[in-house]
Design a protein. Structure first.
Length: 347
């Protein structure tokens, strides 16, 4: 998927792409020069690990090892262009910095589709290019550059990381509203996926703040609109984790009966939800990156602003930096209903 993404927007053939992952190393014919550089690289990182031992608070060195491996890969493949996708691990950031700054190789740091606010608003990559994956990120980038929170050589807009799923599907209009679930009911107190199946079977949704927001704000808003307009075509697409729980463990989401009672379609097949984006007039979620994907394709889709609720800390973005896209953020149930009505009435 990522090779397709890079090839599509960078205009390079697959054999010229070096997409880095610390799990894989690729080597070509060794030369004395390469071995010498590899040794210098190795001792530099060993020194960093050794210095860490003298600190009162020691850092996790896994990112150092991962960055060393990726730098080694870059040394052995100098004819390839280096592409790093942002991740929860800090190694991709450090690797992009070291390879662009110390090895003086061409590096592109790719943002993926999520907001820049949490993982990237303080980024220092003066010798690397940043590739944005969604249109709304240009608004964020403008603000962060003005505030000097981000330093990079340059930046440009590419497109969605999962474009391959959209390119495969038709744009036939089938639904008025798509509801995207984020599996709020299947998350723990830290909002990570709950892995204790016993807890999930017993039901933890009533204790989960985000699920109450989804159930009482998002789902109820759409149900009320559907009661006003009986022929409204609505579908709910579950989160991948919900599909896994249903298919592997026979654990159903708690909202299924509510959907059936109100004539809302439910699709839990293995199809990627992105394939449905071009099939709807509008979409809504409590908080999901797929809403941002809708914005990139000019589909009016709505997400929770984080205001007026106890779950404000969970939101991964700050509406002050979304520019024109702030109009797609709802504050409460009535605000969401009004926004949905406007789209359905005015197109």
């Amino acid at each position: 998927m990522r090779a397709y993404h890079v090839s599509k927007y960078a205009g390079v053939t697959a054999e010229k792409i070096g997409i880095h992952t610390y799990k894989n190393l690729f080597y070509e014919t060794l030369t004395v020069s390469k071995v010498r550089k590899a040794c210098w690289w190795y001792f530099s990182f060993q020194a960093a690990i050794a210095l860490n031992q003298f600190r009162k608070t020691r850092y996790d060195t896994s990112w150092i090892i991962a960055s060393f491996q990726e730098g080694l890969q870059a040394l052995f493949l100098p004819d390839k262009k280096n592409y790093f996708y942002i991740s929860l691990s800090s190694s991709s950031y450090y690797s992009a910095f070291f390879i662009s700054e110390l090895l003086h190789q061409q590096v592109s740091f790719i943002t993926s589709n999520s907001p820049l606010y949490r993982p990237m608003r303080y980024t220092y990559l003066p010798c690397a290019s940043v590739k944005l994956c969604s249109a709304y990120q240009e608004e964020e980038m403008t603000h962060y550059l003005e505030k000097k929170w981000i330093a990079c050589k340059d930046h440009e807009l590419w497109g969605l990381e999962e474009d391959i799923d959209l390119d495969r599907n038709s744009a036939e209009l089938k639904y008025d509203i798509i509801i995207f679930s984020s599996a709020e009911w299947a998350r723990n107190e830290m909002y990570w996926r709950e892995k204790d199946l016993t807890k999930l079977k017993e039901g933890i949704s009533g204790k989960q703040v985000l699920y109450r927001l989804f159930d009482e704000m998002v789902l109820d808003s759409v149900i009320e609109l559907k009661k006003e307009k009986k022929d409204l075509k609505v579908i709910l697409l579950p989160h991948p984790y919900e599909r896994e729980l249903q298919q592997k463990h026979e654990i159903d989401p708690p909202y299924l009966q509510k959907l059936t009672e109100n004539g809302i379609e439910y699709n839990a097949t293995g199809t990627n939800s992105l394939g449905f984006l071009k099939n709807t007039r509008t979409a809504v979620a409590e908080c999901s990156t797929i809403i941002f994907d809708c914005w990139h394709h000019h589909i009016p889709a709505f997400t929770f602003s984080g205001k007026k609720q106890e779950a404000v800390f969970k939101v991964d973005y700050d509406t002050r930096y979304l520019g024109e896209y702030i109009r797609y953020c709802f504050d409460d149930k009535e605000d969401l209903k009004l926004k949905l009505k406007n789209v359905l009435q005015n197109g």
